[in-house]
Design a protein around this ligand. Structure first.
Ligand SMILES: [Zn+2]
Length: 138
């Protein structure tokens, strides 16, 4: 499936920093493989493809993504899709591989290439935290 930037799902994802370019150019597959949180497949001549666990995805009855923290894994993978689109295939692979090779001792979310996606998902979790900025009366 693909989420148009102007759709309700697209707007919910963009609210958390997903770019409309990534939205329009990325295809999402909900898969049943167990334990798959989210995975972005960077192919050379093909647009980015995201695989996401069916059980993780929270789809409302109207087919739109629910406005809750279940968006976080998708936001993370869309961020990688954006990196792939911005850097190009070769640089994307190179940056991710070299980051992992050079910094093997670091926790994965401290890598340069993972910092932005992890900041984005932290914002998603903060946003839906009761009493935080997302849900206020004022
Ligand atoms: Zn990542």
């Amino acid at each position: 499936m693909r989420f148009a930037a102007s759709s309700l799902s697209g707007m919910r994802l963009r609210k958390h920093g997903v770019s409309s370019a990534a939205l329009t150019r990325t295809t999402v597959f909900a898969v049943k493989w167990s334990n798959i949180n989210g995975w972005m497949l960077p192919l050379m001549f093909v647009r980015p493809i995201i695989f996401i666990g069916k059980n993780i995805l929270d789809v409302q009855l109207d087919g739109e993504l629910a406005d809750n923290e279940a968006l976080a894994p998708l936001v993370h993978q869309y961020c990688h899709a954006h990196q792939r689109l911005q850097w190009g295939f070769a640089s994307y692979i190179w940056r991710h591989l070299s980051a992992r090779l050079v910094a093997r001792w670091k926790p994965i979310h401290h890598l340069q290439v993972e910092r932005e996606p992890h900041e984005m998902i932290n914002h998603v979790y903060d946003y839906y935290q009761p009493g935080s900025g997302g849900v206020t009366n004022s």
